[in-house]
Ligand binder design. Structure first.
Ligand code: G3I
Length: 466
């Protein structure tokens, strides 16, 4: 059985000005994003988040499809190509052609990748159905090890286990061949994934868990238990397939927040909302705003691009119509992203969505000398490498750009970064904002990240504002 490597989380904070340090305080950080952008990905990035979509490899040659994909989205999830039936059609014989095509496309367009899904009762290849007991358990471990190793270093987060809980009020595990191998199959899956790719965030992903209900509480209790016992879990995915049978509820944000309070990130992973017009648009905005209001909500992924790409096409649940035109839901989601910020107001927020983006940036001039920023680093460290997430927080005045200097220990090197431009790769590395995240309102924050080899930084970074 695999053991997870030791994982250290370090934090360091430095203030370079007489800035007001707001992290963790119960204040409304920003009412609007002065750096409102015009695409979903850029607008989400300005809040330190991503906006992704499910992608089908065979559609990449459709230019309407790929044009929207590359214009709007900065995260992709292979819709079917990384599933067990696609990647291991016969035992111990792996097939990555279609999934590799999506990963290559993503890398060529500065998009990150959510891996989906390593262990799931559905979309298993036929040979798996004939296994049980230790043979099936070993096959699962071998599958996870091979697939996560193949994509090591290329995956932002993995849906390690998908849909393992039953619907309804029982709070029980779903009965499945994997469950029949023993109740510890989920933790073994997470330990195996961590050993294979320590840089990827490891998520549990499910549907009908989008409010406080018996199923989401069962997942909550599992995550709480995993955290208590040191089982490596970093995030929980909320699929959010929303329709009349599974509606958006006013405790959506509170549900995300209670998971975040356990010490995991949360992600909206397969969003689609049945309907049309203003009702659909309002629900999209509500979901976006719920994510923005939860600091540990990393981002949102919609489950397809055009309505015609959806697994539920007749519900017209996506942001673009079948011709690729933006729908009201698109405008509403974008406006919500641009009006977003970080709020620590009441977690039970049923809100009415704004239907237009803020049109004016703050017009007050910051008092001379009060600008400044702080930088906080959080590390996911393992033997031989690390991922650093750096949070830049503006002081008591709006800033229009930032540069942070992060000093790496001897032997460490930056291998890639996102949402910032790096100068240098070892010693003290400077990271400067990119076009969409330089402008940060007073007290608001933005995040960027980098991956490296060796030991991650423990010294406090500098932060210089413009
Ligand atoms: O590729 C074959 C094609 O060769 C064949 O002609 C055709 C005939 O039906 O089937 C094609 O495969 C289909 C595949 O989608 C690709 O389009 C499968 O039958 C079909 O079952 C499969 O459906 C996928 C479904 O998962 C399977 O469970 C959907 O695309 C995909 O959107 C959906 O995604 C799931 C998430 O993984 C987990 N959460 C729920 C979500 C929605 O069901």
């Amino acid at each position: 059985m695999n053991r997870s490597p030791r994982r250290r989380v370090l934090a360091a904070t430095l203030s370079t000005a007489a800035a007001v340090l707001v992290a963790g305080s119960a204040v409304l950080l920003s009412a609007g994003n002065a750096n409102a952008a015009t695409t979903l990905g850029a607008s989400a990035a300005a809040t330190g988040r991503y906006f992704g979509t499910a992608v089908a490899a065979y559609k990449l040659s459709d230019t309407v499809y790929s044009t929207i994909l590359d214009r709007e989205f900065d995260m992709v999830t292979p819709e079917n190509e990384m599933k067990w039936d696609a990647t291991e059609p016969s035992q111990n014989s792996f097939s990555y052609t279609s999934a590799d095509q999506i990963v290559s496309h993503a890398q060529a367009h500065s998009q990150r990748v959510r891996g989906h899904a390593l262990a799931w009762h559905s979309q298993q290849p036929g040979w798996v159905s004939s296994l049980s007991g230790t043979a099936l358990r070993s096959a699962m471990v071998n599958h996870i090890t091979n697939v996560a190793t193949h994509y090591k270093g290329k995956i932002y987060s993995w849906d390690v286990v998908n849909e393992a809980f039953a619907d309804g009020t029982s709070g029980a595990r779903r009965s499945s061949n994997l469950q029949n191998t023993g109740n510890d199959w989920i933790e073994v899956a997470f330990q195996t994934a961590r050993a294979a790719d320590p840089a990827a965030k490891l998520c549990y992903n499910d549907y009908n868990t989008d409010g406080v209900n018996a199923k989401s509480t069962a997942v909550y209790n599992m995550v709480k238990d995993f955290k208590a016992r040191g089982i490596p879990i970093d995030c929980v995915g909320f699929q959010s397939h929303i329709n009349s049978g599974s509606p958006y509820t006013t405790d959506y944000q509170a549900n995300l927040q209670r998971f975040a309070d356990l010490g995991v990130d949360v992600q909206i992973t397969e969003l689609d909302i049945a309907g049309s017009g203003s009702a659909q648009a309002t629900t999209y905005a509500n979901v976006v705003k719920s994510c923005l209001a939860v600091t540990r909500c990393n981002g949102l992924t919609v489950w397809g691009i055009r309505d015609s790409d959806s697994w539920r096409a007749s519900d017209t649940p996506l942001l673009f119509d079948s011709s690729g035109n933006k729908k009201a839901a698109y405008d509403s989601a974008l406006a919500a992203l641009n009006g977003g910020g970080t709020s620590t107001t009441s977690p039970t927020t049923p809100t009415t969505a704004p239907t237009t983006a803020p049109t004016t940036a703050p017009t007050t001039t910051p008092p001379t000398g009060s600008a400044g920023c702080t930088a906080t680093v959080t590390l996911n460290q393992w033997t031989g490498g690390f991922v650093a997430t750096v949070k830049i927080t503006a002081g008591s005045a709006k800033i229009n750009g930032w540069t942070t200097g992060v000093t790496l220990p001897s032997g460490a090197a930056v291998t890639n970064s996102w949402n910032a431009t790096a100068s240098g790769s070892s010693g003290t590395v400077s990271f400067t904002n990119v076009s969409y995240n330089g402008s940060v309102n007073a007290g608001a924050s933005t995040e960027f990240g980098f991956q490296g080899t060796g030991v991650g930084p423990s010294a406090t970074p500098t932060c210089t504002a413009r």
